[in-house]
Design a binder for this molecule. Structure first.
Ligand code: SAH
Ligand code: SF4
Ligand code: F3S
Length: 434
């Protein structure tokens, strides 16, 4: 009888892809089968995120809960970014944990499950040319890593300390993986990296052909079976004209762009070490709006970064009003170990930060109300990927709006023209035209 695996994934899309790799390794090499009931599992894995304090503190209470409800003899393993940054300390805080496997050590999962108190959290470990087995959560959409790590060292961010230096994955491996996934039915390829448009910065193989992200996008769009390409996260600093041109002109590239602003104040951006100014960001975002009027733009914003004044915060609101983002992921600044900003002396009072966050989110709700009205009677190409519990078929428009319809199951995996009849803030409802 096969052994059973339960895995919980926190954090970003990169973690989601790492979890798929872990499942692939354990299925193909170790005879595990994925289940969704932790109490029946022989192995419970938590793939952790470290980007803010909250998920880290939640982790330890969660380990306690799993330990109580797990089968006798079942093992618990901690993977991902918190594993990278806490390492052996996890055993001290949670002795019930059997192994700790860092975000850049996924290929060592077989070793980890076979030894007691195994720890591997090396952030210099190079997995850039490692080919993992096949396992994907979705038949219709395939995550494909294009780089690992991050060289930016933004002063608030722990990721460079959990995922190490940036290495681009060889283009031929990426193309091979995208092609295979597309031939297996994934019409949409979702390229992943902390800094995707810095692709080509460093390859392990010094003889790798010199190329950049735009070149890679061109290569992937030449695969016949690939119908849609998405990517996350691009960095505003590297949004040069070549990149905006290919984004605008290549019909396979979905017209939604994530532009992580973080702050609208040039002064704060300097303290964050983001490398761009308010003006540069506005120039790029407004150029994008002009080149592709239907594109949606999403962003990430940190409120209450050390030293952020009321005036700085007004600059952030100003950028939001000028760009009219279709989606904002906003967070209160959370001091992280191993980062420069955690040592800055001018930390913002938590209540002030909460108030600012509320103001920002209120403003965004008003913007979203306006945006959702504009969708009425528009026709979008929607790729249906999922049947929801409410029996509706759900998919994404080219510009990333969530669209739901009453439809036939055989439409899953196909792209249909949909007329929007009932636009709501979080989802658009419509009818299929063809
Ligand atoms: N590489 C991506 C970001 C990855 S982290 C980029 O540069 O955009 C995802 C988001 O978490 C960031 O965009 C940022 O908004 C947020 N974040 C990172 N560190 C944070 C911190 N210390 N406190 C609050 N939010 C943080
Ligand atoms: Fe973190 Fe900055 Fe790298 Fe993004 S670019 S992962 S925010 S250090
Ligand atoms: Fe979290 Fe690591 Fe991603 S810290 S956001 S899981 S890169």
């Amino acid at each position: 009888m096969s052994k059973k695996l339960y895995i919980e994934t926190l954090g970003c899309a990169m973690n989601v892809r790492d979890s798929e790799h872990i499942v692939a390794e354990l299925q193909n090499k170790e005879g595990y089968r994925l289940i969704d009931d932790a109490t029946q599992a022989d192995l419970i894995l938590i793939n952790t995120c470290s980007v803010r304090e909250k998920p880290v503190s939640k982790l330890f209470s969660e380990i306690g809960v799993f330990n109580k409800k797990k089968k006798a003899g079942a093992k618990i393993g901690i993977c991902g970014c918190t594993a990278s940054h806490l390492g052996e300390e996890i055993f001290k805080r949670a002795p019930e944990v059997n192994f700790v496997l860092g975000a850049r050590n996924v290929s060592k999962i077989s070793q980890a499950i076979k030894s007691e108190k195994y720890v591997s959290v090396d952030i210099d470990y190079d997995e850039s040319s490692f080919a993992f087995g096949d396992f994907r959560n979705s038949k219709y959409k395939a995550f494909v890593n294009i780089s690992i790590g991050c060289d930016k060292k933004c002063t608030y961010c722990i990721v460079p300390n959990t995922r190490g230096e940036e290495i681009s994955i060889p283009a031929e491996l990426i193309v091979k993986e995208a092609k295979k996934a597309a031939q297996n039915g994934a019409k949409e390829i979702f390229l992943l990296g902390q800094n995707v448009n810095n692709y080509g910065r460093r390859f392990s193989d010094k003889n790798h052909k010199k190329m950049d992200f735009s070149d890679l996008l061109n290569m992937i769009s030449q695969i016949d079976e690939v119908k849609r390409i998405r990517f996350t996260s691009p960095h505003p600093l590297h949004m040069d004209d070549k990149f905006l041109d290919i984004f605008a002109s290549n019909p396979k590239i979905c017209k939604s762009m994530h532009m992580p602003l973080q702050s609208g104040s040039t002064r704060v951006l300097e303290m964050m070490k983001r490398g761009y100014s308010k003006e540069w960001f506005l120039n790029r975002a407004l150029k994008l709006r002009q080149m592709v009027p239907d594109a949606s733009i999403s962003t990430d914003i940190i409120v209450g970064f050390p030293g952020e004044s009321d005036e700085d915060f007004e600059d952030t609101l100003d950028v939001i009003k000028k760009v009219n983002f279709e989606q904002i992921f906003s967070f209160k600044y959370s001091p992280r170990p191993l980062t420069k900003a955690a040592e800055f002396v001018n930390q913002v009072n938590s209540k002030v930060a909460s108030k600012r966050l509320q103001r920002l989110q209120d403003l965004q709700q008003d913007i979203l109300d306006e945006i959702s009205k504009k969708h009425l009677n528009r026709v979008y190409e929607v790729y249906f990927e999922e049947k929801r519990d409410n029996d509706m078929l759900a998919g994404r428009s080219d510009n990333n709006a969530l669209v739901q319809i009453e439809g036939k199951d055989e439409w899953l995996g196909s792209i249909k023209k949909v007329k929007i009849t009932n636009p709501k803030r979080l989802s658009l409802y419509g009818e299929v035209l063809s």
